[in-house]
Write a protein that binds this ligand. Sequence first.
Ligand SMILES: C[S@@+](CC[C@H](N)C(=O)[O-])C[C@H]1O[C@@H](n2cnc3c(N)ncnc32)[C@H](O)[C@@H]1O
Length: 415
Amino acid sequence: MDHITFHHDTVLSDVHMLLPNARHLMTRLNAVGQPVFISKFKILSDGEKHGNDVPGRSLKEAEEENDEPREDGEQDAKVPQGTAGEEGEEGEEREKGEEREQGEEEEEGGEGKVEAFLDEDGDLDITHRPRNPPKETSGRDLVCPIIIQQSNPVLEEEEDNTEDEDDKSFNDIIKIEHTMATTLEDVGKQVWRGAFLMADFILSEPLMFRGATVLELGAGTGLTSIVMATVAKTVYCTDVGEDLLGMCKRNVTLNRHMIEPAGGDVRVRQLDWLQHDLCTDDDVEFRWTEEEVADMYNNTNIIIAADVCYDDDLTDGFFRTLYRLCSNFTHTCTVFISIEKRMNFTLRHMDVSCDAYNHFRHCLSQLQDLEDGRCSFRVQQLPSTCAQFLLYERIEQLELWKVTATPLPLEPSAI
Ligand SMILES: C[S@@+](CC[C@H](N)C(=O)[O-])C[C@H]1O[C@@H](n2cnc3c(N)ncnc32)[C@H](O)[C@@H]1O
C-alpha cells in the first residue's frame, strides 16, 4: 500500500496532523491491520514550559473569578466562552517565547531547510518544515512540532529501553503507541488535544491528585492515565475494545519508567458507558476483580475524561455512567472533563455549528439541575490557562470543566 487510504469517515487528530506521511516510521500493524506508530512526547521542565498560566494566580483564585457571575443563582454551567483565548501583553510575550523556540528548532535543520528522504522506490519524501503562525492573526497559539521523535521500523521494547536509559532526559519522555487515522469507532487509538490539556492540568496541580484513587473514562491510548500515575496512587484507566485496551496496556508498560518511581499503579480495565455493570467476566482480559470493584467504589475521589463527548448517543452514555458512579459513592468525587469545541459546517443547519459541544453543555446543565435526593452536582468551567508542559496547539476551543458530586444525607424516611 503506497498511500494511507482515507475512507469517508476517517478522522485524524490534529496532534498527528503536522506529521509527515512517513509510513517507514511505522512500528507494526496491529491485530486489525492498522499501522501503529510510536511518538515520544517530552514533558517540559519548569524552565522550558510554556507560560499559559497567569503569573501569581492560583487555580483557586481563577476558579473564584470564574465563579463570580453565578452568585445571582445563574447556572454555573453558563460560563461565557473565551477565557483561554484572550490575548494581551501576556499573549504577545507567549508568542515571542514560541518564536524563540521555533527559531531554535530551525537551527537544527538549518534556517528554513526542509529535510528530504528517498523512499524505498526512490521517490522524494519531503518532511515539511513546521509552519510559522501567521503573524497578523496572532490569536492562534500554534506550536510545532508536537512530536519530537518517531519510532524506528523495528522497535524492540527492550532495545529501546536500554538506549533510553542512557539518556538523562529519559524520565521526561512519554512514549505512546498510536495509529494515525481511524474510523470514528477507533478514535481512541489516536492522541487528542484534550488529553494534553488534561495532562497539563494534572502536572500544574500535582497536590490536588497526590495519593488519589482516580478513574479515567475513555482513556484511549492511556496518555492521561500515565501522567496521572506520576502523582496519584491508583489509576483505573478504562475504555472499550480489546485491541484498544491492549494498546493502552502496552503504553502503560512502555512508560513504567515514569510510573514506578512515583509509586503509582495503572490498571487498564474495560468500562463501557453503554453497559450497566462493570465487567467481571473471567473470559474477558480487561475484566475487574471483585476487590477492584470494591476499591473503585469505595475510594475513587477523582474521575477524569479527556475528549469523550463527540457523539450525542455516546455522550448520553457517558453522563449516565458518571451519574451512576457518583450516586453510588458515599463520598465527594471531583470530575474533570476536557473537551474541544469543534465547529462543523452542516447541511442540516447550512451553517457552522458545534452540535456535539452543545449537547455536552446540555448534559452538564441536566446534571446540575438533577434533584434525585441522592447526590448533588455542581458544574464549573475552569480556565484552560494552566502552564503548558507538553507542546501542542492550545487553541481557545479547548475547555476544561469540573463537576463536584456530593452525596446528600439520607432523608429520615429512607433510613
Ligand atoms: C476522542 S477519543 C479520546 C481518547 C483519549 N481520552 C484522548 O483524549 O486522547 C474518545 C474515547 O472514548 C472512548 N469511548 C467511546 N465509546 C465508549 C464507550 N461506550 N465506553 C467507554 N469508552 C468509550 C473511545 O474508545 C475513545 O478512547
